[in-house]
Design a protein around this ligand. Structure first.
Ligand code: 13P
Length: 288
């Protein structure tokens, strides 16, 4: 059975470790992430963007697949299915479809007041159904059309205001960006993280763009109050590298090496191994 993410993140915040929130794209990804969590005995957040849900055939397909996979594999660790970066409408659709946690990303709304207003509405709707809510203050940069924007620093006062709405966890920019970090990246701002934490108390904070941040910075961020770390690109890279190696070695042309179960296996195994490594870095191993 899927659970919401509120309790597992409260425990992570109190215990000074973080949970990885791993993005899924399909069944292979889902089963690989589940295997890693089971072997590491780690609580798990598996998440999906609206774009990935569309790829899978919609939020309902994704939710039904994740639920059925958890049941069929006898997953014993707690798992939440979370909507990653949803807009207002996505949150409604994901909740209907059976997601147990949603992120309403109001950072792109025209004004902060609108972000506040809509976050409050989603909190009301979601909490009435036992679903946890992540909100976002400030934007999180990244690479679009080959141009990398700098990571923003969220305004601590705005973080305080959003926290007061009763959200369960909060994403705030501290210099992090989505995708591959540029060579000249300035690193995380621990100063800003400390300022935000001082105003938001024991609310679990979320670090987006968790791929490629040096381990010492990840661990310092956890010690200062980050309890959820989003990882997408990292698993895409290890999957692609393992698949490339298989094809470049000509294995898809040997015997039935073209069978998708053979072709996708190295990538799937690579996801399992890397996810376990990340769980170790985040401190969530044996916390289930
Ligand atoms: P990366 O793709 O950089 O790991 O970021 C994932 C993320 O933050 C999803 O919200």
């Amino acid at each position: 059975m899927l659970v919401n993410a509120a309790d597992m993140l409260k425990q992570a915040e109190a215990g000074k470790y973080a949970l990885g929130a791993f993005n899924t794209n399909n069944l292979e990804w889902t089963l690989a992430i589940f295997q890693a969590a089971e072997e590491a005995k780690s609580p798990l957040i598996i998440q999906c963007t609206a774009g990935a849900a569309k790829w899978m055939g919609g939020f309902k397909v994704c939710a039904d697949m994740v639920k059925a996979a958890a049941e069929a594999t006898g997953l014993s660790v707690p798992v939440a299915l979370h909507l990653d970066h949803g807009n207002f409408e996505d949150c409604h659709t994901a909740i209907e479809a059976g997601f147990t946690s949603v992120m309403y990303d109001g950072s792109h709304e025209e004004t902060f007041d609108l972000n506040l207003e809509r976050t409050a509405e989603i909190v009301k709707l979601a909490h009435a159904k036992g679903i946890s809510v992540e909100a976002e203050v400030g934007g999180i940069g990244g690479t679009e059309d080959g141009v990398t924007s700098n990571g923003e620093l969220a305004d601590p006062e705005q973080c305080r205001q959003i926290a007061e709405l009763g959200v369960d966890f909060l994403a705030c920019g501290i210099g992090n960006i989505h995708g591959v970090y540029p060579e000249d990246w300035a690193g995380l701002s621990f100063e800003r993280l400390g300022e935000i934490k001082a105003l938001t108390g024991d609310l679990p904070l979320v670090l987006h763009g968790g791929s490629g941040i040096p381990v010492d910075q990840i661990q310092k961020a956890i010690s200062l109050g980050v309890s959820k770390i989003n990882v997408n690109t990292d698993l895409q890279l290890v999957f692609a590298a393992a698949t490339r190696e298989y094809v470049e070695a000509g294995k898809d042309q040997q015997g039935k090496g073209f069978d998708p179960r053979k072709l996708l296996k190295p990538g799937r195994d690579a996801i399992v191994a890397r996810t376990k490594e990340l769980m170790e870095e985040f401190g969530s191993v044996n916390k289930a």
